[in-house]
Design a protein around this ligand. Structure first.
Ligand code: AP5
Length: 251
C-alpha cells in the first residue's frame, strides 16, 4: 500500500481531507523551496518528502490540476492565461488560494512549499498565515544553477498527462519513449516550457522572486544549495544542510 497521501486537502481545498493522515513523528519539517523555474525544485520536493515523510505543496500543481475544470471561473481563467505566457499569477489570487488551504500549513506531518511564496508580498502574507496557525518555517532551501543548465532541464522536461510524474529526455528518460513508467499515460511538454514562455518566466524570477533570498536571509532562514549534479546528490546535500541547522539550533 502506498504511504503517500493523495494531498486532497491541498488540491481541492475547502473541507477536503487527505486519504492518509500523517502519523505521529518526532520531528515535522516545515520547509520552503526557492529557486528559478526548472532548477529542480519539484524533483527535490518529491525526494525530500520521501526522506522526511512530509507533504509536497506546489501552487503550480494546484493551478495545473484546476485547468482540467470544464468551466473555470474568470479569475482562474486569467490565472491560467498568465501561466501559459510564463507570467506570475496575481498575488491576490495566489494568497487567497493558499489561505483556503491554510490547514495544510498546521498539518502535524509538516510541509514542503514549492513555488510559494514567489514575491515579497506573498512571503509577508505567508508569515502572517503561519503566525495565525502557530507554526514556523525551519528553513528556506534556495537552489542555484547556471542559466544554460536550467534551460536544458526545462526544454527536456516531459510530464505525464495523467499522473503528472516528471521525466527528462536525457537525464531521467522513461523506459519507453513518450510513455509514463508509472501509469502508462502519454508524456507531454508543459505549455510554459516553450522558449518564449521560458524567457518570460526567467524575467519574472529575476524581478520578483530573487529578492526573496534577501528577505529570508535577514532572519537567518535561508540555506543556499547547489543544484548541480544528480537529483540524489542534491538531495544528500540538502539533507546535510538541514541536519547541520538542526544540530546548530540544539547547541
Ligand atoms: P511552478 O509549477 O511553480 O513552476 P516553476 O517554479 O516554474 O518550476 P518548474 O516546475 O518549472 O521547475 P522545477 O524547479 O520544479 O523543476 P523540475 O523538478 O520539474 O509554476 C508554474 C507557473 O504557475 C508560474 O510560472 C506562474 O505562472 C504560476 N504560479 C505558481 N505559483 C505561483 C505563485 N506563488 N505566484 C504567482 N504565480 C505562480 O525539473 C525540471 C526538469 O529537470 C525535469 O525534466 C527534471 O526531470 C529535470 N531535473 C531535475 N533535477 C535534475 C538534475 N539534478 N539533473 C538533471 N535533470 C534534472
Amino acid at each position: 500500500m502506498s504511504t503517500q497521501s493523495n494531498r486532497a486537502a491541498w488540491f481541492q481545498g475547502g473541507e477536503a481531507e487527505c486519504d492518509i493522515k500523517p502519523g505521529a513523528r518526532a520531528r515535522a519539517f516545515r520547509l520552503v523551496l526557492l529557486g528559478p523555474p526548472g532548477v529542480g525544485k519539484g524533483t527535490q520536493a518529491e525526494l525530500l518528502c520521501q526522506s522526511l515523510g512530509t507533504c509536497h505543496l506546489s501552487t503550480g500543481d494546484v493551478f495545473r490540476a484546476a485547468s482540467c475544470q470544464n468551466e473555470p471561473s474568470p479569475a482562474l481563467k486569467s490565472a491560467l492565461d498568465a501561466m501559459r505566457r510564463g507570467e506570475l499569477v496575481s498575488d491576490g489570487l495566489v494568497v487567497s488560494m493558499v489561505q483556503e488551504r491554510s490547514g495544510c500549513l498546521s498539518c502535524s506531518g509538516g510541509f514542503l512549499l514549492d513555488g510559494f511564496p514567489r514575491t515579497v508580498s506573498q512571503a509577508e502574507a505567508l508569515d502572517e498565515l503561519l503566525e495565525r496557525e502557530g507554526v514556523t518555517i525551519d528553513a528556506v532551501l534556495a537552489y542555484e544553477l547556471p542559466l544554460t543548465e536550467i534551460v536544458d532541464r526545462l526544454s527536456g522536461r516531459r510530464t505525464c498527462s495523467k499522473c503528472k510524474a516528471v521525466y527528462h529526455v536525457s537525464a531521467r528518460p522513461s523506459l519507453k519513449e513518450g510513455v509514463c513508467d508509472l501509469c502508462g499515460g502519454e508524456l507531454i511538454q508543459r505549455e510554459d516550457d516553450r522558449p518564449e514562455s521560458i524567457r518570460v518566466r526567467m524575467r519574472a524570477y529575476e524581478e520578483s522572486t530573487r529578492p526573496l533570498a534577501d528577505y529570508y536571509s535577514r532572519n537567518g532562514r535561508l540555506v543556499s544549495v547547489s543544484a548541480d549534479g544528480s537529483p540524489e546528490a542534491i538531495l544528500e546535500r540538502s539533507l546535510k544542510e538541514l541536519q547541520a541547522r538542526a544540530t546548530l539550533s540544539r547547541s
